[in-house]
Design a protein around this ligand. Structure first.
Ligand SMILES: CC(C)(COP(=O)(O)OP(=O)(O)OC[C@H]1O[C@@H](n2cnc3c(N)ncnc32)[C@H](O)[C@@H]1OP(=O)(O)O)[C@@H](O)C(=O)NCCC(=O)NCCS
Length: 164
């Protein structure tokens, strides 16, 4: 049986674990790498899932682009927890945080589109988010060979108006 795991906002002591989790996937080219400095600066935007010993088993962050728009970023679940519902829980927690902040639209750029579709996101055009392209994509090393898929969800109405 899986042990109890709870979700909370990240704390300074979680920085190393978050970076370790994300960069473990970055080394497989599944995610882009992050640094301790960037996580420490954005700590208020990170959610972590922790086990009873305080070990970080999953993380995710909201990356805000405007008062109403944010990206679901740095979403990572420890490999031995895959398939246990932690990814869904972290996304739900980030959506709750977004609602509290008045954000009503979330998007993600990912290689695992199937996961995001399972949790209520619909495929859309990256061009809908020029803020993202300006801030990250234009300087990304993978910009000419990027195969990430863009998905989005409206929190306001929960309508999948992005489909098709
Ligand atoms: C993608 C990831 C976050 C999913 O986390 P998880 O805890 O294994 O997912 P969950 O158990 O919450 O699954 C929720 C749903 O998504 C589906 N799902 C999970 N991973 C999936 C995948 N790789 N492809 C398609 N569907 C997937 C599950 O079947 C489940 O669907 P269901 O509820 O209809 O049965 C995790 O595999 C991960 O950390 N991957 C490496 C990093 C990564 O790809 N991050 C994504 C953002 S860049």
């Amino acid at each position: 049986m899986r042990e109890q795991i709870s979700l909370r906002m990240a704390q300074p002591g979680d920085v190393d674990a978050i970076v370790g989790l994300v960069n473990g996937y970055a080394s497989d080219s599944v995610m882009l790498p992050i640094t301790n400095e960037r996580v420490a600066l954005a700590l208020d935007d990170f959610v972590v899932a922790v086990d009873v010993r305080g070990g970080v088993r999953a993380c995710g962050a909201l990356k805000e682009y405007s008062p109403s728009l944010a990206e679901v970023a740095s979403l990572a679940v420890a490999r031995d927890e895959h398939g246990g519902g932690l990814g869904r829980r972290v996304v739900a927690e980030l959506e709750g945080l977004a609602r509290m902040r008045g954000i009503d639209e979330l998007f993600a750029l990912t290689l695992t589109a199937g996961f995001f579709e399972s949790v209520g996101y619909a495929v859309t055009e990256r061009a809908r988010y020029p803020e993202k392209i300006r801030r990250d994509c234009v300087s990304c090393a993978r910009r000419f060979g990027c195969n990430e898929i863009c998905l989005a969800r409206l929190l306001r109405a929960d309508t999948l108006e992005y489909a098709a």
